[in-house]
Design a protein around this ligand. Sequence first.
Ligand code: AMP
Ligand code: MG
Length: 580
Amino acid sequence: MEIEVQLTGSPIAEKISPPRLAAHGAWLEFRGAVRDEENGEKISGLEYEAYPEMAVREIRRILELLAVRHPCLAAKVIHRVGIIPVGEAAIYVGIASRHRAEAIALLGEFMNQLKQGVPIWKRRALPVEAVVGRVTPCMPVGAHPAASGGQRTARPTLPSLDEAIAEIISRCQQLPAVRAPLAEAFGRVLRETVCAPEDLPPVDRSTRDGYAILKNDESGTFQVVDTFHAADWKPRQLKPGEAVRVATGASLPCKNLRVVMQENVERTGDKIRIVRRETSTHINLRGEDLRAGEPLLHFGARLDAGALALLATAGNVNPLVSPRLRVVHFTTGDEIVPPDQTPKPGQIRDSNSVLIRGLLQNFPCDVEQAHLPEDFERAKSEIENWKLRVENADLLLVSGGASVGEKDFTRQLLEWLGFEIVFNQINLRPGRPLIFGVNGGASVPASRLVGSLAPPNKIRVAFGLPGNPLSHFVCFHFAVAAALTRLTGGEPPKFLRGQLAEKLDDKPCPRETLWPGKLEISPDATARLHPLAWANSGNVACLASANALVRVPINVGLIGADAEVDFLPTTPIISGRAEV
Ligand code: AMP
Ligand code: MG
């Protein structure tokens, strides 16, 4: 697919010509204009800011991944940044495709994903009184907010949740794909599109135990001339009045048959008589599931049990998949004792080790865990024993010590191990002291990675997770999971839309909040979210029932029952259901 992406500080042209390719089918255009209301307040405009290079890269990456599923010819995306007056377009997307359905599907998914991982954000809403000229200054897009100086009033200096996710997504690269036998491929990400090597099923097969007869044969009685069990097959052209005994799954001897269920015939010796008429032919026709050459599974699919069954059916026993990840997890803190010990006063049982192990279950990996003493020098000498494993790890996690106390050495430790710290705090609750570091690897344009086997420069990723279990849970789901999906080539976690089942009563907080919730799918298929009680990130009880994180915007206190909210599902099963 031809892709053109532009970020501009100027108004988006009223008329944009379609590419030449659009002459071959549909040209779908979408313009998102700034509305005159934001969070219930009248406004005169919005100011957008971006990390331009990263945003362009991400938009391309999203389009390329989507194009695998919705083959389109060309896409043109223009996002305006700076001040955009009400009524003017903030975004323009044009998609050319052979058929309109592909363009519509791609556009819909693209707009959803744009919100998730692309570092373009609303910097502020301009009140109605603000004088907004029709001509917007060409702002220097992409300056990091912290580096832009002088304009700090409206935005926090810490990266926001979206910015943190965007950094993680852009810094982590796909690890080289490997071939794995089906028995070891569960949960891996497919790194090739697999097509049916032959029609499925390859022959016409009976779906019942019964008798095959000619489709239009109205004979009164039939002579049973042969018996086919599931494993039998030989060609035989049936004549009127003839029947073949067939078992479920048996390949049928010729064309133009129907199968009469054995429950619907009377058999006397070698003769049968049909006693009840049936409407179905009870035949699974050749190619009914899939035609030879049709895609069975697309690049990027997560291989669950059903997908593996499909690959097995097609005889694809060594698919190209993401590698099994190597993870090293260190806990820190002298107060931590193993969970089978009774803590002395001041001590606390280690719950993070088992929490991390459990959360990693969704990402096939080998996890090695150890505890580090809370003294930097001693911790370093302990790590010497782990050097090789740390160096070979794709992901390093350190629990605790991520904050600013005298004994919090996680940042120092990661730097000592050679990691560049990308951020060490974010504007989020819980989970503010989250450290993200990367080690090695030049940035490879995402466009070169899609479908490519060439290993990008190896890059290792580390997170310092704030010690409290609830912070672990939250940071894992939006940050660690985003990194893991990028390393494996899957789709990063997505915020979905749902409805609050009950009010969420909070004090306004200057940080965005990911509030633990319990997601249920109502009978009308709406995702309904029950906010769970938690007072601080040390609370563990809510973890046992949480299967979603509800996104509470900055400075929003109360959100009423039935209000629409964004949420992040925390179990893949729920995520699948919620997307239905
Ligand atoms: P820290 O991030 O090291 O300041 O730890 C914050 C809080 O999390 C402290 O109350 C720690 O006791 C607690 N904590 C740290 N590590 C663990 C762990 N492995 N299991 C349970 N709680 C922990
Ligand atoms: Mg600690």
